[in-house]
Design a protein around this ligand. Structure first.
Ligand code: BJW
Length: 231
């Protein structure tokens, strides 16, 4: 593992067995709540209280949630690779903090974090662990009712893109875990990696929409196939 660099992309599937729910599966979040209402800036402008209720419920569900064997295996691999002079970067689409709870340190949240909010006026960002509402005041600029969850909605630019593309250009291996491969730009990372000559592997419950783009795939529950791959 000396000098080896791995970029791991994770999606909702890695946290499914921790009870966080996926988006597009049979009982997924988008089968119950219209994404246009809760995951777009236009939805937030139309009905901010509905959006606050949606994210308050998910923030509350995250509090007791525990990482599963897949999160722990990646944290262990990160430590082992660091000790051997290599590097593992987790790029997660997830807004939960289960990678961090498992001990991972090198994590980029490209779709934001449930436990952070920012002011829609002055863009001041802060940690937030409880309910957010229309009466909340920005501690920085003092404006009321403009605080929003620090999550990336459709039509918004995901975070850390420069760092992510740089890492994809320097990696030896790109591994995608528990994502349907239907949301861009993350869905395009496998092609970016391949263009850079990086080996690619998909670990998912079943072949994703862009499974054909990967060099290799292993299928099953993340809590089983991720530790098995790490071993
Ligand atoms: C298991 C398992 C187990 C289950 N073990 N596996 C046309 C073409 C190309 C792009 C676009 C287009 N039209 C619009 C776009 C852009 C748009 C997009 O991609 N739309 C598509 C729907 C087509 N993308 C954007 O808007 C993004 N921004 C962008 O492109 O910026 C550039 C730009 C900006 C402005 C102007 C111009 C350009 C932003 C995307 C933001 C996504 N946000 C969300 C919500 C975040 C907050 C929140 O959590 O509420 O992110 S949507 C939702 O989807 C969430 C997720 O991170 C994301 C991905 O979902 P994920 O993780 O893949 O989950 P699922 O449910 O889809 O899949 C789960 C998988 O796990 C499945 O495969 C299961 O089988 C598997 N699984 N149990 C292992 N136990």
């Amino acid at each position: 593992m000396q000098g080896v660099r791995i970029v791991v992309l994770t999606g909702a599937g890695i946290s499914a067995e921790s009870g966080m729910g996926t988006f597009r599966d049979k009982d997924g979040i988008w089968t119950k709540v219209p994404l246009e209402d809760v995951a777009t800036p236009e939805g937030f402008a139309r009905n901010p209280q509905l959006v606050h209720d949606f994210y308050n419920a998910r923030r509350a569900a995250l509090k007791p949630a525990k990482p599963n064997a897949a999160h722990f295996a990646l944290a262990e691999l990160e430590r082992a690779m660091r000790d051997a002079g290599g590097d593992l970067l987790i790029v997660t689409q997830n807004v939960d903090n289960l990678h961090e709870k498992a001990g991972s340190e090198n994590v980029l949240h490209m779709h934001g974090e449930l436990t952070k909010v920012f002011c829609g006026s002055c863009h001041h960002k802060l940690d937030w662990f409880d309910d957010l509402g229309l009466v909340d005041v920005c501690g920085h600029c003092g404006k009321e009712g403009l605080m929003r969850p620090d999550v990336v909605w459709f039509g918004e630019m995901p975070y850390h893109m420069e760092n992510i593309y740089q890492a994809l250009g320097q990696a030896d291996l790109f591994v995608s875990i528990g994502t349907s491969g239907s949301v861009y730009p993350a869905a395009g990372f496998v092609n970016e990696a391949r263009m850079n000559g990086v080996s690619t592997l998909e670990l998912n419950l079943e072949p994703s929409e862009n499974a054909h783009a990967f060099d290799d795939g292993r299928y099953g529950a993340a809590s089983e196939i991720v530790p098995a791959w790490v071993d």
